[in-house]
Design a protein around this ligand. Sequence first.
Ligand code: ISJ
Length: 359
Amino acid sequence: MDLNPLREKIDDIDRQLVELLNRRLSLAAEIGKFKRHSGGPIYVAEREDAVFRKVTALNEGPIKNDALRAIYREIMSAAIALEKPLVIAYLGPEATNSHAAALKKFGASVDYQPLLTFADIFTAVEKGEADYGIIPIENSTEGSVRDALDQFVTSDLKIVAQLNLEISYALISPEPLEKITKVYSKDQALAQCRLWLQRHLPHAQLVNASSTAHAVEIARDEPGAAAVAPPIAATHYGVPMLMRNIQDKANNTTRFFVIGKTPSGPVGGGRDMTSFLISLGDEASRQPGALLRMLKPLTERGINMSKIESRPSKRLAWDYYFYLDVTGHYDDPAMRAAVEELRTFCPLVKWLGSYPVAA
Ligand SMILES: C=C(O[C@@H]1C=C(C(=O)O)C=C[C@H]1O)C(=O)O
């Protein structure tokens, strides 16, 4: 069969696509000019959510919605880069799960800055050295990332978006399986792949490394060595993946927040979530029914709670604050009324942000 006529048609479509993409990006650049003038945020979570929903609703195939979303992620990433060279701070080193989450949310066209601690990420965004930060907040098997939650007590940054990332590990090595005598990784990652390693590499020595990314560098350089690390580390360091998805539990997912200075607007349609920090005060929190009293202003107005976590205030012994995730946007009249009521008896009701539910 002569493929040339079909390829000529593809060439013609590519010409149109490039022209359309540049037209779309020029409009984004104009929007960027306006935003720079008005001081509006460059990344707009609620608008991106609407774009993703619009294009997947328009899609009649054969392209899969996941593929369409990935393409649009990169189109919007390129649009953002034309508006302003954004810097996204995440918990490094490079090629960690946090790096993968940052790339999934912001695409390949923005700049990334790996930092050492959660406090460093908050400070970088507060000082404007980074525009947004990516913070892991809870894992489906390990629970809340408490150090990350605690940052919101002292910071005035807002949660502007969230995303879920399935955490998976690969066995990474330039050597074939039968040559591997040592497996390097961070102890938590080795623990999450313990059964697989016992079954497939029963004689290999398991060695703790400072990070999964560093383990891949060792595997690249040391004969007989392999690493357990996220797939992004194999790509990043150019070392082959021998096997994907070697973690013992399927559906191991981490929820991440995007933090920034400007709050996100509502998307509506029951697709908004809001987070609060609430303190009842040390006296009141010891009264019977204190927690129920705190939840009543919300539940009475049909506002559902999807997460509650108590954390020590670190001011007084046995004094707590509560971290809450609820449905709806802070601007909803019902939410405003609930907050007003809560403020009549809670010394602290801190709004941490409203954001679209993860796609
Ligand atoms: C173009 C805009 O800026 C960014 C790019 C978007 C896009 O390419 O569609 C959407 C939202 C923003 O993150 C906008 O705010 O509309």
